[in-house]
Design a protein around this ligand. Structure first.
Ligand code: SF4
Length: 235
């Protein structure tokens, strides 16, 4: 028997829903999430302890592959021992390594801290610069670290912090389909008003730490479950 041409096939009565988010559904969802998170986490803030741009820059470098809690255990003594950029630049590598050992990857972190501080001394008179270009030109400072420092120490929004939580949650919440942090950041910058870039990343980080865990998200208790396309599906 000859196969029937495809054009004669009956249309499905149960089409699969599209998994693609249109630009308008994304922006509607983003607006609803902003309103919801503002109520859930009105006190959200950077959880690293600091009292100056240099302290925040150092703490953020130490926070790579480490919890803020652990960093906050190390930094009070560190900040006391190295009160300015010159002190880090002139610190012996082994001494600095010992001081930050418990944050992990301490050899490369100590090397980065010394190089970054040497750049601050030689190019910026020991001060932390307040632009994305100047910050990312420092040794060991990437866009994520620069965004943390600009947003929290200088209240300047040049971008959105995309750390591991922001990366995971922005995908689960259907705000981006990308995995590359630079592309995720570009998507979020289009969806979120500039005045909320800093607080939005705090909200995602707080939610990632309190509800939307990497392995077992607590969708049952999640305050934004009604807005989440991954509710009870994310693993
Ligand atoms: S519903 Fe689940 S997957 Fe979605 S944000 Fe909440 S915890 Fe995460």
């Amino acid at each position: 028997m000859k196969p029937q041409p495809r054009s004669n096939a009956k249309p499905s009565t149960n089409p699969k829903p599209s998994t693609k988010s249109t630009a308008s559904t994304k922006s509607t969802r983003a607006a609803a999430l902003l309103a919801a998170f503002a109520k859930v986490y009105p006190e959200a803030h950077c959880e690293l302890g600091f009292s100056s741009p240099l302290e925040l820059l150092v703490a953020t470098i130490l926070s790579a592959q480490c919890t803020d809690k652990r960093v906050n255990m190390v930094t009070p003594a560190l900040f006391k021992k190295y009160p300015n950029a010159r002190a880090y630049a002139e610190a012996p590598q082994a001494e600095l390594e010992k001081q930050i050992q418990s944050t992990g990857f301490f050899r490369s972190k100590a090397k980065n801290l010394r190089s970054m501080a040497a750049d601050l001394v030689s190019k910026h008179g020991g001060k932390v610069p307040a632009t994305m270009d100047d910050l990312t030109a420092l040794a060991g400072v990437g866009r994520k670290t620069a965004n943390v420092v600009l947003g929290n120490a200088f209240a300047i929004s040049e971008g959105v912090v995309v750390d591991t939580h922001v990366r995971r949650l922005s995908r689960r919440l259907g705000l981006t389909r990308h995995t590359d942090p630079a592309k995720i950041e570009a998507d979020l910058m289009k969806l979120i008003p500039r005045s909320q870039w800093a607080v939005f990343s705090h909200w995602l980080i707080w939610h990632g730490r309190r509800r939307c865990f990497a392995r077992k998200p607590d969708c049952d208790s999640c305050e934004v479950q009604h807005l989440c396309p991954s509710a009870f599906k994310a693993v």
